[in-house]
Design a protein. Sequence first.
Length: 305
Amino acid sequence: MRAPSVKSRTAVAALAGAIIVPLCLSSQAAEKSAARPGPEELLLLRMEARSYEHGEGVPKDPLRAASLYCDGARHGDAEAQFSLGWMYANGRGVPHNDELASAFFQLAARQGHEQSRKMLRFVGESATPLPDCMIAAKRVIDDDYVFRADNLVQQKILGLVRKLAPEYGISPRLAMAVIRAESNFEPAAVSPKNAQGLMQLIPETSARFNVKKPFDPEQNIRGGMAYLRWLLAYFEGNVSLVAAAYNAGEGAVNRYRGIPPYAETRDYVGRILHLFEQDEHPFDPQITDPSPELPRIRRANKRQG
């Protein structure tokens, strides 16, 4: 396993995923928390946007980058406001629109963002309405389910996920999707195949990622995230293949050159995709070489598509 370069560490920091906030027992408290993401959460959101804007660790997707920047801008992140204004001012992956660029530069400039003030000299000031993403966030899956904590133990688990996800370059939403699907927050869960703990690590996986106490929540989450990080690099960010390998092993995915024809695995992949809502996840190519079967898997998927 190779040590990640500075560039890859910067890119992979974006993997912490869409803005995640800890949802408490009260829905009122959850709404209040969701309305006020902290600086760390805004940074993670902005870095994910940049990874899609520049194609670092994920396929380049300017429209998704713009959407993520807009989420951050809506919550008052001056850097996100500037970045989105820059995209509109230069027509970078979005239609050139000086009025929208000006609107976002003005928002950032009011917070003292010096680059935005300079850009206003070129685009002028505008009173154009802001796009819909500045009014309300849109998600297909209710975060209240994916991140709901029904007791103090579950709140602690949510806190661990949010704390550890940036360290491993894993979207908190992906980690929580796996925990929901594997153990539904039960730290002492054991499967018939002796998979253990929150992220259901089999003994071989625990040994592989140096997990000494698989029923300790933090150790188990660290092991699960380390495995997800490795799988993401091995399958170059393909969430379907990563989920299939987490359930059935990367060997089975290679052997079948895609999702194995097991009912359990196919159902599992569907559940993860349903909860995570994304087909791709940024990855660090320095973690491991990609699967030698990836070219064949992609050709097969292309033929099927």
